[in-house]
Design a protein around this ligand. Structure first.
Ligand code: 6GU
Length: 241
């Protein structure tokens, strides 16, 4: 998969050289480049922002550097997905990460200040599949931190990035439930013991315990997810009938 990130703070994306993502890049599984928006300015001061028409606080990102930067990433016959991080976007999720993981090329346009001139978003739709994306209902200073999160969520789904693909299956949100709690040695620690069933060797009982913990946690912490559960995928024991 090809990934391009455009930002006025390319150094912000340095963590993408570390850990699993860094390794995937070295292994050639991910072709990831970070581009400095200022390299696409044409004035002496490398200006990327200006005051908003209609007034108001803050600055708006000028359209032309964005168009030049985005054009530089287009190749013949390709229609990449352009992700525009914004608190005004669609909320990012595991299912969106799964969708994005099937794409050939993703481009991330990191806005700063009050955002990018809206005409860029309209113009870009001629060449890209444009997707404004939010991490949730809170405000960040720019798109960079959101891109770190989205790139990690997508990259770890690509074949070969995670050593043990089994770990992808049991985790949070794959089945609409939160993960069960985990424990390791020692079995007694500062006066606290692990749940006895985990020492029983009874695999059916352990599976039931873990599933019950998933259900309990989801009801307690994320009641919003309960309404979205697929009833067909809950078994009789889940429903205690
Ligand atoms: Cl994607 N960008 C910004 N600037 N703030 C956010 C966000 C994105 N998601 C939540 N808050």
């Amino acid at each position: 998969m090809r990934l391009d990130v455009i930002s006025i703070f390319p150094e912000y994306l340095a963590p993408l050289e570390l850990s699993l993502i860094g390794k995937a890049r070295q292994d050639g599984l991910l072709n990831l480049s970070v581009h400095d928006l200022r390299d696409f300015t044409t004035d002496r001061h490398r200006t990327v922002d200006d005051t908003p028409y209609g007034g108001g606080a803050g600055m708006v990102m000028k359209p032309e550097p964005w168009a030049l930067a985005l054009e530089s990433l287009l190749s013949e016959g390709a229609r990449p997905t352009l992700i525009v991080p914004s608190p005004a976007g669609q909320v990012f999720s595991q299912s969106i990460a799964e969708e994005l993981a099937t794409e050939q090329q993703l481009v991330f346009a990191c806005g700063r200040y009050e955002g990018i001139d809206e005409r860029v978003i309209e113009w870009a739709a001629q060449h890209f599949e444009v997707r404004p994306m939010s991490l949730g209902d809170y405000v960040l200073n720019g798109g960079e931190v959101a891109v770190l999160a989205m790139v990690e969520a997508v990259a770890r789904l690509l074949p070969g990035v995670i050593g043990n693909p089994e770990s992808l299956i049991e985790e949070s949100h794959q089945d609409g439930l939160l993960e069960y709690p985990v424990y390791t040695k020692p079995s007694q620690w500062r006066g606290s013991e692990i749940p006895e069933v985990l020492l029983s060797g009874n695999h059916a009982k352990i599976a039931r315990f873990r599933r019950d913990e998933q259900l309990r946690r989801t009801v307690q912490r994320r009641p919003d997810l309960v309404a979205l559960l697929d009833v067909e995928r809950l078994n009789r024991a889940d429903l205690q009938i």
